[in-house]
Ligand binder design. Sequence first.
Ligand SMILES: Cc1cc2nc3c(=O)[nH]c(=O)nc-3n(C[C@H](O)[C@H](O)[C@H](O)COP(=O)(O)O)c2cc1C
Length: 222
Amino acid sequence: MKTVILYRSKHHGNTLKVVQALADHFEDIDLIDIEKLGKHEIPDLSSYHLIGLASGIYYGECDRDLKRIAQEALRPGDKCFGIMTYGGADKWHGRDLDGICRMRQADLLTSFGCPGFDTWGPFKIVGGVQKGHPDDEDIQRAIDFYQKLLDDYGAILEDDWKKRTRQRAWEAAHPAGGVVQLVKNTVNSVKRRRAGKSTSEQRPSAQDASPEDVPAGPGDEA
Ligand SMILES: Cc1cc2nc3c(=O)[nH]c(=O)nc-3n(C[C@H](O)[C@H](O)[C@H](O)COP(=O)(O)O)c2cc1C
């Protein structure tokens, strides 16, 4: 299964430590540091079965640039998960990611969070909080989290991705064409019905092909 994790880790590299450990442990995880993207660059995520969104928590939110990029890059049906590190108590910080996924009609399947070394503001005076985190235990929990995601959803996600890719290819080959085309299609279909022709008697044209007939890509022709 191909996974990409978009991440932002601007405080102490805590989030990077988690996502790098995942990329080192599992095959087929690509990392994209959104800080390294060009000013208007939006990554193409269409070849990935699963999309991770990872960030430290800054003033109660995930990184804003990460959210902006996710908002542009996600497409309907995309399957996502969140990864967060934070200096405070363990709490549900995934609200904003969930909102973005909903807005893009993508699905946030689950999320992982762990403490991260924090020297923000007053914490600096006391030498920071959550020292040493993410530690080996946090990393192991992250690996277990991702492994469970693979075990529970891996095959389903690959299958779902193939269907969506076929659907998109079909839609690209059959642009809706606006209201006029819609009326023409309806008139034609009524004419066909009146003429008593069943679709099976007709030679199928590209217009009649269903998304199921369009191969998703190389190796999916069977
Ligand atoms: C400007 C700033 C604001 C932060 N706000 C919060 C916060 O609201 N809640 C929290 O739990 N941690 C907060 N933190 C701590 C970070 O979430 C924590 O250190 C995180 O692991 C940083 O990840 P990073 O090193 O990948 O950037 C804040 C840190 C910074 C620098």
